[in-house]
Design a binder for this molecule. Structure first.
Ligand code: BES
Ligand code: ZN
Ligand code: ZN
Length: 477
């Protein structure tokens, strides 16, 4: 279902053409005076796409002027996704994009918008064929991009598709074992190494958080490790990514309290999905960095065997945690992964998690909440990547006063703070399990969309892949 992108193949007769540039430079055929005037008038009225129907083919003139200064790339991506829905409505299967503006960034973002906007999750329809998006190939005729750019972009977009597919997959098709199997399969395809710990190995390593959350489950937990270690790695100590892999979150005995709040909880592994997609893009594009990724995975179920409020669990790093809410399960499995990460002496650790409703309430779907102990310069770079790829992040305070809220009467800490500052106290909880520079990204808001928003399609958005990829590509030790 993904789109094949070719470069600089000649246009054929009856090709549908997308033209970005000055109309003077349009050479595919002679436009009549009337047509020119029509296009110019429409552009003056701020129409972003003007369609001319030329017998058996369509020409789409894209209005992308140099007047636009702010959020250029995002606007280009939005027009790309608008174009693809028009193309889809005409059931066209291919387009040739002719670009004469020599603007790499805009063309790149435009193609991203087309491909990401064309995504659909349709495996659960009886008649899949009729549900498919029609567009399946793009030919680009432009001097702004070369083959390397296009190959890199295709791998990133494929990674976003993989992430969306994983997030959209319901629990009935993706338990912890199936998630690990998908990781193994992707490792074979893209070249990263995979190790999966089964329940026994998890128990040997005393991952008490992951085991406690898993107690009520029909299926055993998994702990997957991915590694990309090229010979030309710039970093001597690894960067470690950690993704929350709760394949379904009922809340456990502290069952999801409000109406419909459980409906979307198949997405509670969106952090894991984004980390997996990032590893795919990083290894396919052979980034010169040593990167390890950890995915603790289980569902959080209600059963006679489930952990219950008041239980005390001993974590991987030896700390005792009093569980006062079984719905605050993400931090328990992440905590074990974060303290496990210590053994590789990482230079930087980044976790992604749909961790708190509080983060989603604060920022909605527009941005993720970030916090942690890494240097300000690292956070600034993450913020810059966020602006650039438009997967934005907002840094929250990380003051030690918030730790007070995690005090327990009978154990080292408890697993909930209080009603206030829920995203921050969740981060503060995780901090107890980190002894290295660390960034926590709470993606509860942007990971999942109830409605399509231009190239961000409904359901799993794939948020995090383009952010992390851009951050890692620009990373300096
Ligand atoms: N998976 C949820 C967080 C979540 C909520 C993600 C809404 C996406 C949308 C997490 O496990 C959870 O339930 N967190 C609780 C923590 C609370 C009990 C301290 C929350 O945010 O309500
Ligand atoms: Zn929960
Ligand atoms: Zn959860």
């Amino acid at each position: 279902m993904s789109i094949k992108i070719n470069l600089n193949k000649d246009t054929k007769k009856n090709d549908n053409i997308v033209f970005i540039g000055d109309i003077k430079d349009f050479k595919a055929f002679e436009l009549t005076g009337d047509q020119k005037k029509y296009i110019e008038d429409q552009f003056k009225n701020d129409k972003s796409i003007v369609t001319i129907n030329q017998y058996n083919s369509f020409i789409y003139f894209i209005n992308f002027t140099d007047k636009i200064v702010k959020n250029k790339k995002e606007i280009a991506g939005k027009i790309g996704s608008k174009l693809v829905s028009i193309v889809d409505s005409y059931k066209q299967t291919s387009v040739s994009i002719i670009e004469t503006n020599s603007n790499f960034e805009v063309l790149y973002a435009f193609i991203e918008g087309i491909v990401l906007g064309n995504y659909k999750f349709i495996k659960y329809y009886k008649d899949i064929k009729s549900k498919k998006s029609s567009l399946n190939s793009i030919n680009i005729i432009s001097s702004s991009v070369n083959k390397n750019n296009i190959d890199e972009l295709q791998n990133i977009l494929k990674a976003v598709y993989i992430t969306r597919d994983l997030a959209n997959e319901p629990f009935s098709g993706l338990n912890a074992i199936q998630l690990a199997d998908r990781i193994i399969e992707l490792g074979k395809k893209s070249g990263f190494k995979v190790t999966v710990f089964d329940k026994e190995k998890i128990a040997e390593r005393k991952m008490g958080g992951l085991l406690a959350v898993n107690k009520g489950s029909e299926e055993p937990p998994t702990f997957s490790i991915m590694e990309w270690k090229p010979d030309n790695a710039k970093n001597s100590k690894p960067i470690i990514l950690v993704g929350k892999g709760i394949v379904f979150d009922t809340g456990g005995y502290s069952i999801k309290p409000t109406k419909n709040s459980m409906d979307m909880m198949k997405f509670d592994m969106a952090g894991a999905a984004a980390v997996i997609g990032t590893m795919y893009a990083v290894s396919k594009n052979k980034l010169p960095l040593h990167i390890i990724a950890l995915i603790p995975a289980t569902d959080n179920a209600v059963d006679a065997k489930s952990y219950v409020p008041g239980d005390v669990i001993k974590m991987h790093n030896g700390l005792f945690v009093e569980v006062l809410n079984t719905d605050a399960e993400g931090r328990l499995i992440l905590a074990d992964a974060l303290s496990y990460a210590q053994k590789d002496d990482p230079e930087l650790v980044i976790d992604l998690a749909t961790l708190t409703g509080s983060a989603a309430v604060a920022l909605g779907t527009e941005a993720a909440v970030v916090m942690g102990t890494a240097d300000d310069t690292i956070f600034s770079k993450l913020e810059k990547s966020g602006e650039d790829v438009y997967e934005r992040v907002v840094k929250f305070p990380f003051w030690d006063e918030y730790k007070e809220m995690l005090k327990s009467n009978i154990a080292d800490i408890k697993n909930i703070g209080g009603r206030e500052a829920g995203a921050v106290t969740a981060g503060k909880f995780l901090e107890y399990f980190t002894e290295y520079p660390w960034i926590h990204i709470d993606i509860a808001g942007p990971a999942m969309l109830s409605n399509k928003s231009s190239y961000r399609t409904v359901g799993g958005s794939g948020y995090g892949v383009r952010l992390l990829y851009d951050f890692l590509k620009n990373y300096e030790s």
